[in-house]
Design a protein around this ligand. Structure first.
Ligand code: NAD
Length: 445
């Protein structure tokens, strides 16, 4: 982020924005040496572990890319028979032949012909299964957050690096064209010094409660102990199995689910990856349905480069979401909730006290892709193809994809700190030297 751009005039400001908007993205990447390279003409063979709601979406995404990227999902794995059978049916339709079906991750990871695995189990098992996949020498596309227990995320990251696996973490918005254009604008310094970022993503409804799957699941059709994985035994509970986002031991809810996306973009846009400290507050205020995790949540995170991030979500009110990157020269305004492609740059022009008419004098410039003239919609689904395509390309080139394990580690750390701050009521600090979370300032080195 360049400093002291207070002298940039309006014309320069607008033309600089436009040039960047038209310019698209350029990603730095470092080739890795690796001895298991998929040849240019080889078909990439994929396996998929954990194929519920998100998994079904990812299978569809892979099927759309299959011809262009010469890839096929050849094996599916799910502890639960019903979802395993559904995945076999869907993928048989996509490829004209049935994938091999397994109940346990160890079985698919033992298949020599499999080059990469998709992992879309609940978040408490992301890091442990990613580590197993890396130990088996497989590349991986792992859903976000990369993990929610610090030691497990560290172990997964280290194992991936040691085995030089190509891993894409599933914060797919990093690969979307509008987010890339917005990233490039922030990186250009057009906003001036950014001191505050405000993110508000809302929803009205008992989010994550009432999943139909809770009525279908029976303990004898799955393996409950394997689902618990690293957690102590507790009796089978269909709601925990299917609505894990509401239960503290398995998920933090809003931080793991939504803030992971939001803070991952902040880290990338600002090129600053670990919060210095985090406070958080919230509670179950809207939906008293037995959920343990907050339905109303706010975290404040400050970063070493010198800016504060406010992340806020309410499930009791659907007031329109937004994100604002607030700089001394301009504000980058993203209207809408998670993944919204609608970005505008709003010029800063002094303050209300000196100029009461300031609001109408601010230049507003939409962030559009080359050739586009209309503002894009305020919402976007989770079905973007680019992130998966990026992973498949990187599997061949052995370059690093858009969301690496280092990026996944960083967004996991921010979410873990916010969760700990929420439950403990204490400000949490990142001790970078020792990669640990403390409830007091780390000693100066
Ligand atoms: N990137 C996105 O936009 C996005 C969107 C939705 C969900 N997600 C992520 O996807 C993950 C899964 O969410 P979901 O709604 O699909 O959950 P889900 O409960 O519908 O599906 C999880 C599946 O994993 C299986 N499973 C669990 N543990 C397993 C194990 N150890 N081995 C094999 N199979 C196992 C379950 O039987 C189930 O079929 C979540 O962590 C969430 O964060 C990401």
């Amino acid at each position: 982020m360049s400093k002291s751009q207070s002298t940039m005039d309006r014309k320069t400001f607008l033309s600089k924005s436009a040039a960047l908007i038209a310019g698209g993205a350029a990603f730095g990447s470092n080739p890795l040496s690796y001895n298991r390279v998929v040849g240019a003409n080889d078909r990439i063979s994929l396996a998929h572990i954990g194929i519920g709601n998100r998994g079904g979406e990812l299978d569809w995404v892979v099927s759309k890319l299959s011809a262009k990227h010469n890839a096929e999902l050849t094996a599916v794995c799910d502890l639960w028979r019903l979802n395993r059978e559904k995945a076999v049916t869907a993928n048989t339709q996509y490829y004209g032949r049935a994938p091999r079906a397994f109940q346990y991750p160890e079985e698919v990871l033992g298949l020599n012909d499999v080059d990469g695995v998709l992992i879309s189990t609940p978040e408490h098992s992301h890091s442990p299964i990613l580590k197993m996949a890396a130990e088996a020498g497989k590349d991986a596309y792992v859903e976000k957050p990369m993990g929610n227990v610090l030691t497990e995320v560290q172990a997964a990251r280290d194992t991936v690096k040691r085995h030089q696996c190509i891993v894409q973490v599933g914060t797919q918005h990093r690969s979307e064209p509008y987010q890339i254009a917005a990233h490039d604008l922030v990186q250009s310094g057009v906003l001036g010094d950014v001191s505050k970022i405000e993110i508000v993503w809302n929803y009205h409804g008992p989010r994550w409660r009432g999943r139909d799957a809770t009525k279908l699941i029976r303990e004898q059709d799955t393996d409950w102990r394997k689902w618990l994985l690293t957690k102590p035994y507790r009796p089978f509970d269909p709601q925990v199995y299917c609505e894990f986002r509401l239960y503290r031991e398995f998920s933090s809810g809003i931080p793991d689910q939504w803030m992971s996306h939001a803070i991952d973009l902040v880290h990338w846009f600002m090129n600053d990856s670990f919060p210095r400290s985090v406070v958080a507050h919230g509670g179950v205020f809207a939906w008293h349905d037995g959920r343990e995790n907050a339905d109303t949540f706010q975290a404040l995170l400050d970063y070493p480069k010198g800016f504060l991030v406010s992340y806020s979500t309410s499930f009791g009110n659907d007031s329109p979401g937004f994100t604002r990157y607030m700089g001394k020269m301009a504000t980058l305004v993203n209207t809408g909730g998670e993944g919204s492609p609608r970005y505008q740059i709003v010029e800063e022009k002094g303050n209300h006290e000196q100029n009461p008419a300031i609001d109408v004098q601010r230049a507003v410039k939409p962030v559009l892709l080359p050739g586009e003239t209309y503002l894009p919609p305020m919402g976007i689904g989770d079905m973007t193809l680019q992130h998966m395509a990026d992973w498949l390309e990187c599997m061949r080139s052995r370059q690093q994809p858009h969301c690496t394990v280092d990026d996944g580690f960083a967004h996991s750390v921010a979410c873990i700190m916010a969760t700990e701050a929420y439950w403990s009521g204490k400000r949490q600090y990142w001790d970078a030297a020792n990669e640990s979370v403390l409830d007091h300032e780390p000693a100066k080195s």
